[in-house]
Design a protein. Structure first.
Length: 361
């Protein structure tokens, strides 16, 4: 296993994080996502620990709190010393029928934290994350509440999930000027089939030294090896019932066409190639995997040892984002920054670059 600092902190986390969204089950969406019970969960957690994984992610809304409960009980059952694991959970989603049982308000954060501590059977959360964008609560209120929890020792680091670049940048500025705890991580969707965050979020994360935790690295199973142009709804696959996250399917089939011979050459699954591609990206701190079976988990973990060399260029090219403003304008403007290049020459070069990029789509 490999380890990286959690954002701009001294806390080391495994580059593979085990996500427990499949723990619990229940009705509706959670039944489709997974129904891992306590005995199976204990086996999965033990396999993670034996493989060197020290990072576990959950949320208060997963299976209506069952995910946190099962994870906490697994750590007790095995038993695993609290200091040897990094537990991340989240608050924001609706946890009850009341008007204030949702969001990133001070009240909901404080109530949510106490409930998560009880379910996880712990006295602190290592990484407490705001699970979504609250369009009602002022960012200052959210940050002050989180800062109080850090001061109290109930939370050690804070993060957010699924935030826009502008809002994360604003939050970082507020934390700096008001001397509040700052977001150390962003948990976001990223996969070789979904590279949208590279436009604005990746440059922000790199500039401000915020760690990136990747959810759904296999695009909801689309990159697992089960799916193809010819088999777009395989049986016993979560994505066949719950088509999420949103992905350009035609673009994904092209990616899988290129990935298939690469996987064959390495004698491994497309899933492992997809994870290795992500792990090779410097901005990525940890990739969250949610395997439901031991064999799936072991295959995913093996991605840490898979090094893609010349294949990275092929995968980058077939999955490259189409040109979009202002992204395509920036290289044109900076082309003569370090060398004298005429406007006409810049335009000619840039047109060729845009055409070359578009030709790969």
């Amino acid at each position: 296993m490999q380890y990286k600092p959690l954002g701009n902190t001294g806390l080391l986390v495994s580059t593979i994080c085990f996500g427990t969204m499949t723990f619990g089950g229940g009705d509706g969406i959670w039944k489709a996502i997974g129904n891992t019970a306590q005995p199976e969960a204990d086996q999965l957690i033990k396999t993670c620990i034996d493989s060197g994984i020290n990072f576990f992610d959950t949320a208060d809304v997963y299976s209506d709190g069952q995910s946190e409960t099962i994870l906490g009980q697994s750590l007790k059952n095995l038993p695993i010393a609290r200091k040897d694991v990094v537990i991340a959970t989240k608050v924001f989603g609706r946890t009850g029928p009341g008007r204030n049982d949702v969001g990133a308000s001070r009240g909901h954060i404080m109530d949510g934290l106490e409930a998560s501590l009880r379910r996880l059977q712990t006295d602190h959360i290592d990484l407490y994350q705001i699970h979504g964008d609250d369009s009602v609560t002022p960012i200052d209120e959210t940050l002050r509440a989180l800062d109080d929890l850090v001061t109290q020792g109930k939370v050690r680091y804070i993060g957010c999930s699924n935030w826009q670049a502008w809002k994360l940048a604003k939050a970082l500025c507020i934390s700096q000027f008001k001397d509040l705890a700052r977001f150390d991580t962003l948990q976001a969707y990223y996969s070789i089939a979904g590279r949208d965050l590279e436009r604005e979020l990746v440059p922000l994360l790199e500039s401000e030294k915020v760690g990136l935790l990747v959810w759904s690295p296999l695009a909801g199973g689309l990159l697992s090896g089960k799916f193809s142009r010819e088999n777009q709804k395989p049986e016993a696959s979560r994505r066949s019932e719950f088509d999420f996250p949103i992905v350009d399917k035609e673009r994904t089939w092209k990616i899988l066409d290129v990935m298939k011979p690469i996987a064959k050459a390495h004698n491994c699954s497309p899933a492992r190639i997809s994870l290795a591609w992500l792990l090779a990206k410097p901005v990525v701190t940890s990739v969250i995997i949610g395997a439901k079976r031991i064999d799936q988990l072991q295959d995913n973990i093996a991605a840490v040892d898979l090094k893609l060399t010349a294949e990275m260029k092929k995968l980058d090219e077939v999955s490259a984002l189409p040109p979009e403003y202002p992204g395509w304008m920036l290289p044109f403007q900076n082309m003569s920054r370090l060398e004298p290049v005429s406007l006409a020459e810049r335009a000619a070069r840039h047109v060729e670059e845009v055409r070359a990029t578009s030709a790969t789509k």
